[in-house]
Write a protein that binds this ligand. Sequence first.
Ligand SMILES: *Cc1c(COP(=O)(O)O)cnc(C)c1O
Length: 898
Amino acid sequence: MKAIRRFTVRPVLPDSLQPLQDLARNLRWSWHTETRELFQAVDPEGWRPADADPVRLLGNVSAGRLAELAGDPQFLRRLTEVSDDLRAYRDGPRWYQDQLAAGAELPAAVAYFSPEFGVTAALPQYSGGLGILAGDHLKAASDLGVPLIGVGLLYRHGYFRQSLSRDGWQQEHYPVLDPNELPLTLVREADGTPSRVVLALPGGRSLHACVWQAQVGRVPLLLLDSDVEENAAGERDVTDRLYGGGSHHRLLQEMLLGIGGVRAVRTYCRLTGHPAPEVFHTNEGHAGFLGLERIRELCGTGLDFGAALEVVRAGAVFTTHTPVPAGIDRFDRQLVARHFGDDGELPGVPVERILPLGTETYEGGEPGLFNMAVMGLRLAQRANGVSTLHGAVSREMFSGLWPGFDPSEVPITSVTNGVHAPTWVAPEVFRLGAGKVGAGRAGDALSGGPVEGALDGESLGRPGGTPKRWDAVAGIPDREIWDLRRVLREQLVTEVRKRLYASWRRRGAGTAELGWIDGVLDPEVLTIGFARRVPSYKRLTLMLRDRDRLTGLLLHPERPIQIVVAGKAHPADDGGKRLVQELVRFSDDPRVRHRIVFLPDYGMGMAKKLYPGCDVWLNNPLRPLEACGTSGMKAALNGCLNLSVRDGWWDEWYEPDFGWEIPTADGSATDEDRRDELEANALYALIEDRVAPRFYDRDAEGLPERWVEMVRRTLATLGPKVLAGRMVREYVERLYAPAALARRSLDPAAARELAQWKARVRAAWPGVAVDHVEATAATVAGGSAELGSTLSLRVRIALGGLDPDDVEVQVVAGRVDSGDAIADAQAFPLKPAGGHDLEDRWLYEGPLALDRTGPYGYTVRVLPSHRLLASGAELGLVALPAEGAVEEAVDGPGVLLR
Ligand SMILES: *Cc1c(COP(=O)(O)O)cnc(C)c1O
């Protein structure tokens, strides 16, 4: 029978157990072991570690059990301890407060927008890396005391749950998530009515949403939900699924996230007294409309569009997450136009000012499209990629927006992602470390938080400093490390069998057919993990390239390997589903099915068991399409070694001590098929010749000494780098703090001045030119000069009516390649010398020291210059000497040759 109405009966807790409510609703339990253990004690049978959920647990526990606990002094003592600990965590000063106390100028608050958040399996609002990163960002911010407000959408079905058909085809399920059963609280007005956010839609319709709040330690996460009664059916479904639906649907989701998100933040701050954010951080382009909403707000205070844009840019940070075009949202221009302007949202912000923000004004750009990443870059003065390599790739990819500048000067920096160790380090691994240094210090070290008397000498007394090495790990005996690896592998084997069994039952197998599952995987065998979403660049099936060779590795008589694979393909991606099917079919083969398994429904719960249980984490993307990748970091934190193409973070931090690099054929093999073949062969060879022999090379006591040493180095040296705490501190110091300062210096008068200055400079720029360059040095003759000599440069510049104060004239010099392009360019300012001549040309002078040997070259350029610009490339304006317009003095005193 189907119920005609569904509602939730909330548990009534005895008074003495009330603190359990707070503990259940604050998601800190998801990374705080003592809190989890407390809930486990409430109902040891009902607690399922893989998908733990205290709210559900409290909903299911019997009144009798509650009465029992209320009379158990030992339990009550523990409860008091744990809830005192949460209070101290929530209210006490942390790293950020220490920085403020020491005089640092930091934002009063930061709003962090993301289309998905992976905080815990109990709040399934993520599809993959982007969401988990956002969740880790919130948790690390909480640990560090950063006053962040997270903003996202609450999807009624989350992403999707994956299962398999009998023949291995991905099946999608969309279970309904009832917010009343999730760890969420409805944001309400003072009078108790639920708060509302409303957006105007074309045709006089409107989109209403309520706001749910999840509490992530100290950090509130606001999630907008369109499933409210005021909405018509179509609008109710706006927040139905993450990354579902067509273009129009996505646009509405992104308008709700960006525009509605800002309104939700305003509501939250009004109701709670939380300080207003000074910085708005857009995690990928999807939330980009938030900048437009802020422009609207500012226009309402009397600023014009240009001045408002400057204020918004100053306080905005944009993070780009992918060099894969499919990962970037692009809308039809007309569709965007229809939703803004007189008949839509943001009255007062002219559509003709909005559309150019998303226009792809570079070669190959599509004039009919509105690109959210491009708008993100135009609406934020500060932007970054998510690993050093991805920063470089992004500068290249978006360099068309800064014509005339070398990609290296494109104002996109990088902050390499990190992972939240308290979430991702298995309790067994943590205990091993805690056994050496004490739980408190080990916990602080993992959160990248205040490390008192840190784990190594270097960071002693440096509050908030993460040690560069966790030296304590060095003292752990080989035997203990190896025993731990074995325990984790064994747990994984058990977990895999359980999940595989459930999967086969779903695929229609009877219990009698499934006896073989008891023999799947072997806790003594080298275990390789590979789990991720299944876009084609991640190459799920590269390992299947030569099936016989793979089979040989799996069934090797002395040095076998076993592989655990998982991953979801996007529901609309049949190509990805075919890859899943290929893998499933291979692993269904009775010859190898005990050595390779595909586990459906990859998610955080599975991931937490998978990373620690593997010996080797495999990643073989098409370089350089993996912006960062974070699963390998989580694996490393558990002592798993990486075997990966040098892409994303592994390009930056690879060391032979931490694992192996799969050589990439990017550049050499233009044909994709050939490239796959080369890289797959390299992968097999590595496993065969290096990985497996090292794993199975045992000493007299049965220990693989050299393997254990790699595990130890991975934990001690790689561990501290990959922390989300390190990442968030970098965001604070390198992006949030400068953005807040920039924002503060833009009072309305300064904003107007900056906007007018930019308009004046843009208008005058066609008249700016490098007319003439002369270099004086007796030694520059016949094209060569001596190391250590100095050129004197004199340059005539036309300023087109601008003042010398409006520009900087630079000599840019460095090594030149065969095509005369300057590599490793360095820029030195030239100084104005005297006034202008009758033709309004200005003289600039300065020395250029020739401090390196070999082919060398220079040029001169003019850039706009203003104290409120974050970089010389900001306006994308530059004047360079016209071809053939320059003559150089090769000899004699400074004589103008023209
Ligand atoms: C970490 C994580 C990811 C992201 O992994 P990548 O290496 O970036 O592909 C995806 N899904 C889950 C469940 C994760 O925990």
